[in-house]
Design a protein around this ligand. Structure first.
Ligand SMILES: Nc1ncnc2c1ncn2[C@@H]1O[C@H](COP(=O)(O)OP(=O)(O)O)[C@@H](O)[C@H]1O
Ligand SMILES: [Mg+2]
Length: 327
């Protein structure tokens, strides 16, 4: 991969919002046929970088190269013309149009008389959805779909334009496990066809399933870019949060406080499951244990996470939360 020229290179990208340096000299590159995960906690600057790349937002400084060529006027139109397609959380579907019309938006097939060929619109969308193994009726109005189906429709719409670079910005929160798996399958198949994909996530646990390389952003800075086979989940989390980690085994209550591998902060607690999970270890922390930590575990955790006790080291302590004992 190193010998090839990247399909995309962003150099020293800077962005300020209201006097705050939200992207600080960020470098990013992407190769044909790779899935590159862009990881970071909420507010790290991931969406801002993707918006700059898709031409929705101008950078304050920095340079972007597509296929080795410097792009001086990256707008939505030029990005689209260069084969950059983006699916973000704010969907661009028209709620009062059918799925098929949305999929063909801006490029509806016409008849010889110059009218819209509605039959082709519907049939084309049905074939496209079938190819993507999405069981969505092309003739229903988008507003009648749930959020997950709308996200899948948006992915189908963007893929219908056959992008060479596909940006997927944190789609998975609304998707069920099955839809999530379907999305991964679509990503794998797109990659096999040579599409370069940026998959934005705040869940390091997904990384080995999907990506060949990863870049971690924290507070608007690029912390590292690495091959995913060369990095552990623990290390990724440490880079994301910039603090030491604790590994615990016990009753995972979904961690409303932000356990990265069992759901982010916006997710409601899940039914308890016996799992091993990782969480950022703040001094005296207990929030990410859900309400399920037994009192006996708390002093042990406090001792383990006392300020200065571990410095910047990663702490791999196994705790059984039912007994409070280190395992
Ligand atoms: N349009 C905007 N105006 C002002 N601040 C913004 C805007 N967009 C993003 N930000 C700020 O920039 C930071 C990074 O945001 P974002 O790129 O959305 O992070 P992420 O996608 O990693 O969660 C956040 O602090 C956010 O509040
Ligand atoms: Mg975001």
């Amino acid at each position: 991969m190193a010998s090839k020229q990247p399909i995309l290179r962003m150099e020293q990208i800077d962005k300020w919002f209201s006097g705050v340096h939200e992207l600080d000299h960020v470098d990013f590159d992407l190769y044909e046929g790779e899935v590159h995960v862009l990881l970071g906690e909420n507010g790290a600057g991931k969406s801002t970088l993707m918006k700059i790349l898709s031409g929705s937002l101008p950078p304050d400084s920095g340079r972007s190269f597509v296929q080795g060529k410097l792009v001086t006027d990256l707008t939505r139109e030029t990005a689209r013309a260069m084969g950059i397609g983006m699916v973000c959380q704010e969907l661009s579907l028209v709620p009062n149009l059918a799925v098929a019309e949305n999929i063909h938006k801006g490029r509806r097939p016409g008849t010889q008389l110059g009218l819209v060929d509605w039959r082709s619109v519907s049939q084309g969308a049905a074939e496209h959805l079938k190819l993507l193994q999405m069981s969505i009726d092309p003739d229903v109005l988008v507003r009648s779909l749930d959020v997950a189906e709308q996200q899948l429709t948006e992915i189908a719409r963007v893929l219908g334009k056959q992008p060479s670079i596909l940006l997927l910005d944190e789609l998975t929160s609304a998707l069920s496990d099955m839809e999530h798996e379907r999305l991964f399958e679509i990503i794998r198949r797109s990659r096999e066809r040579g599409v370069a994909i940026v998959y934005v996530s705040h869940r390091p646990a997904e990384v080995p399933q999907i990506a060949q390389r990863g870049t971690v952003l924290r507070d608007g800075r690029r912390i590292a870019t690495t091959r995913t086979e060369e990095v552990t989940e623990e290390r990724l989390i440490q880079m994301m949060v910039g603090r030491q980690l604790i590994r615990r085994r016990g009753w995972c209550g979904g961690h409303a406080g932000g356990c990265p591998d069992h759901g982010g902060p916006r997710q409601r607690p899940q039914p308890p499951q016996r799992k091993s999970c990782l969480a950022a270890c703040d001094p005296g922390h207990s929030d990410h244990l859900g309400g399920r930590v037994r009192p006996v575990a708390t002093p042990a955790l406090r001792r383990l996470s006392a300020p200065g006790r571990f410095g910047d080291a990663i702490c791999h302590q196994q705790l059984d939360l039912r007994t409070g004992a280190a395992a």
